[in-house]
Ligand binder design. Structure first.
Ligand SMILES: *Cc1c(COP(=O)(O)O)cnc(C)c1O
Length: 397
């Protein structure tokens, strides 16, 4: 099929829920992807913070290929070495005791919310409320969607599940006032808000939330679906803040593009789940876990945490230069590691489209924040390539 036919066929048969860019992607290598006409793009969106190793990483490809030829799926009625070793690695990397695998971010959050509710009920039948933040994003299933503090995602899906409340991110007073030792079962936050516009926690905010949770007996759940897997220069963003949540969720980068998500917690909290209380058919199957193992091994072997931190600093510096050069378009550069946003003075749509025409893939989140979440194994040269194009696009605004 040529590009036009692919786009026309998709338009005709696929649900009209995505606003897509007019290109048909075909294959990739490292930080580059190619469309079906062979045009090359440098990919600084990385499948929305998913392709942490870039495209077609040899170790990931080999792991998936080998596993596909052995055992793709066998259900969770049996043990597999791939699942056991990935669970052990994630527990070790996160400082948690226990892990559960699902297939996506939303499912990971859904599981975390279910576990928090079960745990709250061990204290009191009314300790069920989940507090999350405005401008957050937690996924599209009904509970995760309800936790997502953006009314546009709720519209039309009412009645929504009960027991969810929202506060302004970074507003400690508001959270303090809303938290109740009787009713609050968990506070669910992204350590850095992704979809909401790369919003950073104010200094001391997350630490203070941790204290509030301890005082009220509420669980602290960190949604690390976008920030996790080395994105911010540590395996999990909370490790930068020197605190540990009670439950952490991860997905996006975990399988390097193969669908897998997880939630992790302590032995004490995990004990609220009895056999049969939660489950999944596909979650944690050997194919997805083989991918997860290859990703974690590669992050360690290739020193990708240090690289993400160093490249993140360089990208931040270069974007800050563009901000000085084009103060009429960029007002702020923010983020951590390779999760960086450039706040614009206007909607980012045109800039993103013009970058795409010139072979650079980025996107815009929250309407006016250019988002950079590239693979963790990029180098300075890749950043320079993207900056040269962005410079020329900004000059033409
Ligand atoms: C992407 C994302 C999700 C949802 O993940 P899906 O795999 O799309 O369900 C949840 N939380 C955060 C912070 C995300 O970035």
């Amino acid at each position: 099929m040529d590009q036009q036919t692919v786009m026309k066929t998709d338009e005709q048969y696929y649900m009209k829920v995505f606003a897509r860019y007019p290109i048909v992607l075909s294959y990739g290598e490292g930080p580059y992807v190619y469309d079906s006409n062979g045009k090359k793009y440098i990919d600084f969106l990385g499948g929305i913070a998913v392709n942490v190793l870039g495209h077609a990483h040899p170790k990931l490809v080999a792991a998936i290929t080998r596993q596909a030829g052995r055992l793709i799926h066998c259900s969770n009625l049996y043990y597999t070495e791939e699942q056991a070793s990935l669970a052990a690695k994630l527990a070790e990397a996160s400082g948690m005791d226990r892990v559960f695998f699902g297939n996506s971010g939303a499912e990971a959050n859904e599981g975390a919310i279910k576990l928090a509710r079960k745990y709250g009920k061990t204290v009191s039948p009314v300790k069920v409320e989940i507090i999350s933040a405005y401008e957050s994003f937690h996924g599209r299933t009904l509970a995760a969607l309800t936790a997502t503090g953006q009314p546009k995602y709720h519209k039309g899906y009412e009645p929504l599940p009960g027991g969810f409340k929202h506060v302004q991110y970074n507003n400690l007073e508001e959270l303090k006032n809303l938290m109740s030792p009787e009713r609050t079962c968990a506070v669910l936050l992204e350590p850095i808000q992704g979809e909401g516009g790369i919003n950073m926690p104010a200094p001391g905010y997350l630490e203070a939330v941790r204290d509030l949770c301890d005082q009220t007996g509420a669980l602290l759940i960190f949604d690390e679906i976008q920030t996790g897997m080395g994105r911010t220069g540590r395996m999990f963003a909370y490790q930068t803040f020197g605190i540990r949540p009670d439950i952490a969720t991860v997905a996006k980068g975990l399988g390097g593009g193969v669908p897998i998500g997880a939630f992790m917690t302590t032995d004490k909290i995990a004990a609220a789940f009895a056999p049969g209380d939660h489950g999944t058919t596909f979650g944690g199957n050997p194919l997805a876990c083989a991918a997860g193992n290859a990703v974690l091994d590669s992050i360690a072997e290739e020193n990708l945490l240090a690289n993400a931190a160093a490249m993140g600093e360089y990208l931040d510096e270069q974007l800050t230069k563009l901000k000085s050069k084009y103060p009429q378009w960029i007002t702020e550069v923010r983020g951590k590691g390779l999760m960086i946003g450039a706040k614009l003075t206007k909607p980012g749509r045109d800039i993103v489209n013009q970058c795409l025409e010139q072979g650079v893939i980025i996107n815009c989140t929250a309407g006016d924040v250019l988002r950079f979440v590239p693979p963790l194994n990029i180098n300075n040269g890749h950043i320079d390539e993207v900056m040269a194009v962005l410079d020329s696009v900004l000059a033409a605004q």
